[in-house]
Design a protein around this ligand. Structure first.
Ligand code: SF4
Ligand code: SF4
Length: 465
């Protein structure tokens, strides 16, 4: 067995989910060796909501001077997280744009000016060991930490709910690299391992977890022992489990499945699980120990249209277009530019879109997305059934749900007809709702059909009728 760097690693027991999934490789993803620091943006675009929650209230106006790390948007509701200026400067204007999901997003534009308070300076460290879980969560909320590997839920709220669950409670540190576009997480683990280990201990205290479990995929298992060595300095039990590198191993469902198998085999009682990833733990460390908000993050930049893919350490608010330029620019006209992994990515509207807390990858591909320009019909090869981890039949679901287009004027009638069709095919929306949108079926479909999008829409819309 070899890791991402091609080094040989010893054979150990590997826990994997029971069915389906894919081995996803993409030579256009950046190498997993080290990061480069991106240039500071002359103009930073700081959205007033940069995760799935509610908008923050701006506390600065056009013309105001802001310091690096200063609060610029205050969270006022549950699900909302504080927003900070990632650079010092002047707020020169506000902008707004329509998101693909329909809502309008607003942002502050900050022109870089003045001195940095944190960049290049020795930062003060704050002892945290005697702080209560409530105090730790207050700091995590104050500095705007959200779960940075997913849609970005406020971390302190998640921890507060977790602490109210029954014991035992385990913090699972997810270092699972089932997708080459998680390069940024891997490089972050290598470059900031000590801080991540301490961030894990802080997170466990803040969330009331009695133990830490490092969940490391086989292709990154060399990280496990150093994590355990770092955490051994603290008074909390910690262990490590190796899991598979097959996509979607990082998904909560697949991860829980293997952890329950591991728990049984090792006669452990993990109890309730709080799963957090490397970027979130680094942010928790910085919030509590350095009293610093999230100013930058590691981003994997690449794709078949990019000259020199690399992992970059990027200030929040930087333009995506600037990152491609710093990777040598394009080799030709890209057909698709998106954030996230190509399996699950969201197409960006233009190159001015900013990097936000949850941007772990950006890519520009010469080819279009799954389903684009499709002209072929299903050939009945059955590949989609083989890879579906939920034991669904994507071919059948797609054929039943395919004619429906959400938002049409005759939507209620269309849904009724669709449900009748689906019932004839022996499918109901409850079955389709078990689809967790992993997109494995899309990746393997030789006809390039947009299976998951149609199935997820079907489940969502039909469920409401
Ligand atoms: S997207 Fe849904 S139907 Fe397709 S493989 Fe994943 S779970 Fe199965
Ligand atoms: S993978 Fe595509 S072509 Fe093959 S059975 Fe499924 S939908 Fe049809």
């Amino acid at each position: 067995m070899t890791n991402w760097l091609g080094q040989r690693i010893a054979k150990t027991r590997v826990y994997t989910f029971s069915r389906g999934g894919i081995h996803y490789a993409d030579p256009s993803a950046p190498p997993w060796d080290s990061s480069v620091t991106a240039f500071l943006p002359v103009f930073s675009i700081i959205p007033l909501v940069d995760h799935t929650g509610s908008r923050t209230e701006p506390v600065v106006s056009v013309g105001d001077t802001v310091k690096e790390g200063m609060l610029v948007g205050r969270a006022e509701k549950s699900g909302s997280a504080n927003i900070h200026a990632s650079v010092p400067g002047t707020v020169v204007r506000t902008i707004s744009w329509k998101m693909p999901e329909g809502h309008t997003n607003e942002a502050l534009v900050i022109r870089l000016e003045g001195a940095f308070d944190k960049l290049g300076r020795r930062e003060e460290v704050f002892p945290w060991q005697d702080s209560s879980p409530v105090k730790l969560r207050e700091l995590i909320a104050e500095y705007g930490v959200v779960t940075m590997e997913s849609s970005g839920f406020p971390a302190a709220e998640l921890m507060s709910s977790f602490q109210s669950l029954e014991q035992p409670r385990t913090l699972a540190v997810r270092c699972v690299f089932d997708d080459p576009w998680l390069a940024a997480d891997y490089v972050l683990c290598r470059e900031r391992l000590k801080e991540l280990a301490e961030g894990s201990v802080i997170a466990a205290h803040a969330a009331g977890a009695e133990r830490i479990l490092f969940v490391v995929s086989g292709n990154g298992q060399e990280l496990g022992a150093p994590f355990l060595a770092e955490v051994s300095a603290y008074d909390i039990p910690a262990s490590m489990v190796i899991v598979g590198s097959r996509y979607p191993q990082r998904d909560r469902r697949e991860l829980e499945q293997v952890l329950r198998i591991y728990e049984k085999k090792e006669a452990l009682e993990l109890g309730n699980l709080l799963i957090l990833g490397p970027a979130t733990l680094a942010a928790i460390h910085d919030a509590v120990k350095l009293r610093r908000p999230i100013l930058d993050r590691y981003v994997a930049v690449g794709g078949s249209a990019v000259k020199k893919p690399r992992v970059m350490k990027v200030r929040l608010g930087s333009r995506i277009g600037d990152l491609f330029e710093q990777c040598g620019g394009f080799t030709g006209e890209p057909k698709r530019i998106a954030t996230g992994s190509p399996i699950l990515g969201r197409t960006v509207q233009d190159l001015n879109e900013p990097v936000i807390k949850t941007t772990y990858a950006v890519f520009a591909h010469r080819k279009g997305q799954v389903g684009e320009g499709r002209s072929r019909n299903c050939i009945g090869c059955g590949e989609c059934r083989v890879v579906c981890p939920m034991k669904l039949d994507p071919e059948l679901l797609f054929k039943a749900a395919g004619p429906f287009r959400p938002g049409e004027e005759n939507e209620p009638l269309a849904v009724q007809l669709l449900l009748q069709d689906a019932a004839r095919a022996g499918i109901d929306s409850v079955l389709a709702s078990f689809c967790h949108g992993c997109c494995c079926c899309d990746v393997v479909c030789p006809s390039r059909l947009p299976l998951s999008a149609v199935i997820v829409n079907f489940a969502k819309v039909a469920g409401g009728y």
